[in-house]
Write a protein that binds this ligand. Structure first.
Ligand code: PMP
Length: 394
């Protein structure tokens, strides 16, 4: 049987990583893969995480199965981090999942069970895995207008006009903050309008939030989501601890259901547990144990928040430096969008030909499509990047 299977073409991001590794130039710059890097160019283990791991080493007494819902302390802590202060807290139920990827798939499986005719609407552009995850679950996928390629901001008028046409068989998948790949986020007014439309038209909002804390801070980044959660009867949320706790490989995330009442949400979660038994069964425990240890301890919680703020400041500092560098180099404001975008990414709109030139002539690595990871940059590389981009865009 296996002889009939063709090897799929290599993942473009992963092949870019190995090309970068093999590039002998010492001034090369990697803006490819979506991981945070600090000012030494490494993706560190956060100090709060390392301390929590020490605690766990001393206190953990068993590796016996934990159960399908995962760690309930983690579930509640993550739910509070996202929905704290909203009326939705009392009608929500949370399931620990293998990363936000696992949450997206669990929620998609639940949709396919409860609303098999659903169409999931994703933004144009969207996170590269949104479409395949929804399709794999057997759901239909359509795109809504999102990014204006000229202004590199959200075209809220076009988006909202389309959202106003959605109905009860539609699911609107939104990025909670720090849109991947564009960096362009919705205004609070747009979140408000979406909440009104969801109530009027009966579509189901689904918020994927993988970067809470990396835009404007933990609270500010959850504002749109909270507004929606207070207003709509039902909501699905997928969330990740990969970025804001730096737990990428520990596969730590959660799926949250907000129902009309708590019993609906709990029943939905129980169904997701049953569906998960048909695939991975139980989520891995280590990452979630780290997160619940941090969030339950004042000192660790404070340390984690301070570290997250440092990451946020670094990204926003790089964004300001880029805006300034491009203003000086071009005597114009065409690149001010770097300062308006939130989180690790900006979509530059660079063509594949220009991306190839940046790699060949300047050792600057950018994924096809033009997304740059701002957190991959060092302050002392800003001038070189600006000069190279201005040269290929000339
Ligand atoms: N959603 C979005 C928007 C993402 O950018 C990512 C990761 N890059 C995920 C989900 C998946 O995250 P995880 O590593 O937690 O599976």
């Amino acid at each position: 049987m296996f002889e009939q299977i063709q090897a799929p073409s290599a993942d473009p991001i992963l092949s870019l990583i190995s090309e970068f590794k093999n590039d002998a130039r010492t001034d090369k710059i990697d803006l490819g893969i979506g991981v945070y890097r600090n000012d030494k160019g490494i993706t560190p283990i956060m100090a709060a995480v390392a301390q929590a791991e020490q605690t766990l080493l001393k206190t953990e007494s068993t590796k016996a199965y934990q159960g399908l819902v995962g760690d309930e302390n983690f579930n509640l802590a993550i739910q509070s981090l996202l929905l704290g202060g909203t009326s939705a807290m009392a009608r929500a139920s949370t399931l620990q999942t293998p990363g936000a990827s696992g949450a997206l798939r669990n929620l998609a499986d639940l949709l396919a069970f409860a609303r098999p005719n659903a169409t999931v609407w994703i933004s144009n552009p969207s996170y590269i895995n949104h479409r395949p995850i929804m399709l794999r679950a057997g759901l239909a996928v359509q795109e809504y207008a999102y990014l204006n390629p000229v202004t590199k901001a959200v075209d809220e008028t076009a988006m909202l006009a389309q959202v106003a046409q959605l109905g009860p068989d539609d699911v609107l998948l939104l990025h909670g903050c720090c849109h991947n790949p564009s960096g362009a986020d919705l205004s609070l007014a747009a979140w408000q309008r979406i909440a009104e439309l969801a109530q009027q038209r009966g579509f189901l909002p689904f918020v994927d939030i993988a970067y809470q804390g990396l835009g404007d801070g933990l609270e500010a980044d959850a504002q749109g989501l909270r507004l929606l959660a207070n207003a709509v009867p039902e909501l699905m949320i997928s969330t990740s601890c990969s970025k804001n706790f730096g737990l990428y490989r520990e596969r730590t995330g959660a799926a949250i259901l907000v129902g009309e009442d708590a019993s609906h949400a709990h029943n939905g979660r129980a169904k997701m547990c049953e569906l998960a038994r048909g695939s991975y069964s139980m989520p891995p425990s280590h990452g979630a144990a780290i997160v619940s240890t941090i969030l339950a301890d004042d000192q660790l919680n404070g340390l984690w928040r301070a570290e997250l703020d440092t990451m946020n400041l670094r990204i926003n500092g790089l964004r300001s430096a880029l805006v300034e560098g491009f203003r000086i180099a071009t005597q114009g404001e065409d690149y001010d969008y770097f300062g308006h975008h939130k989180g690790m990414f900006s979509l530059t709109g660079l063509s594949d030909a220009k991306i190839a030139r940046l790699k060949a002539d300047y050792g600057i690595y950018i994924v096809s499509g033009g997304r740059v990871n701002i957190a991959g940059l060092q302050l002392n590389e800003v001038d070189a990047l600006v000069a190279a981009v201005v040269a290929v865009n000339r």
